[in-house]
Design a protein around this ligand. Structure first.
Ligand SMILES: [Zn+2]
Length: 279
């Protein structure tokens, strides 16, 4: 049985060093279930933690649901299928990114407002009958919520409340020539998770936003990044990243003023497609 919850969380690399949210020991967090895996049409889901905080019920999974032997696109379908069944209308995510914009330093935090999708994971959907408009892909209300939570949790460096997220397929990082191309196209940071999550959130009619911790310079930007610094951020900023997500829960509004829900329309293709199949 998939519980009905208010918020779906997609934890990423910034909290991966933790057992989230248990290790944070935030007062008021009550764990209702751990290690919960559900059958989905896309295979067994990753394990979720079910918890409550500030009157919100939450399902959260680790590292975007990615795991050995499961293609990342399929893992995202499993996660968002579970969110859909759970009635999720708010999705909060976090991750780590490389900086393309030379103004950004490791440990800065970026809340992206848009993206350039260079992943190869195209056409990833739950096959729900909707036309998905990506006019305002990231929820402005949730971006505000995350920004307030970042400032409350004393970030080690600066917060940027907008930015263009370049999504690549991974698992490798990018070459200097690729980074130069992304820079010329207007990218600010590079990561591997925002797409297809942002599409799948729209497909299930959920508001979506993510908070991204800069963990390194992209290749050819400023200077060669150091693995020791990457590891230091990975292990030592995990608690802050986790607390940002937890304190955001208390700020998720009951009524949203954004247009996210209007950007999903009934598809006009379905009847035509089924006619073709029958023919
Ligand atoms: Zn919204």
């Amino acid at each position: 049985m998939i519980p009905q919850v208010d918020v779906g969380m997609v934890a990423g690399s910034s909290t991966n060093a933790l057992s989230f949210p248990r290790d944070l020991q935030v007062q008021g967090v009550e764990i209702l279930g751990e290690g919960l895996s559900f059958e989905t049409p896309f295979g067994p889901s990753p394990e979720f933690v079910h918890f409550t905080y500030a009157g919100k019920e939450v399902l959260t999974c680790r590292m975007h649901g990615w795991r050995q032997g499961v293609p990342r696109a399929q893992a995202s379908q499993q996660v968002f299928w579970v969110f859909h069944e759970a009635g999720v209308k708010t999705v909060l995510a976090e991750g780590g990114v490389g900086s393309v914009n030379h103004l950004l330093e490791p440990r800065d935090i970026v809340i992206p407002h848009d993206y350039l999708d260079f992943s190869l994971r195209k056409g990833v959907s739950l096959d729900l009958p909707y036309l998905l408009t990506m006019r305002q892909p990231v929820c402005p209300d949730l971006r505000r919520v995350l920004a307030e939570s970042v400032l409350e949790n004393k970030p080690p460096r600066y917060l940027f409340t907008r930015g263009v997220y370049v999504c690549t397929d991974g698992r490798h990082f990018e070459s200097p020539a690729e980074v130069q191309m992304f820079k010329q196209l207007g990218g600010d940071v590079i990561g591997q998770s925002l797409c297809p999550e942002v599409y799948l959130a729209r497909e299930i009619g959920a508001h979506y936003a993510s908070v991204q911790l800069v963990v390194n310079y992209a290749e050819g930007i400023i200077k060669d990044w150091e693995h020791t610094e990457l590891a230091d951020i990975f292990y030592n900023q995990a608690e802050m990243a986790g607390k940002i997500l937890i304190s955001a829960l208390a700020k998720v509004p009951d009524d949203f003023s954004c247009s996210c829900r209007d950007l999903r329309k009934p598809t006009m293709l379905r009847d035509r497609l089924s006619e073709q199949t029958e023919a």
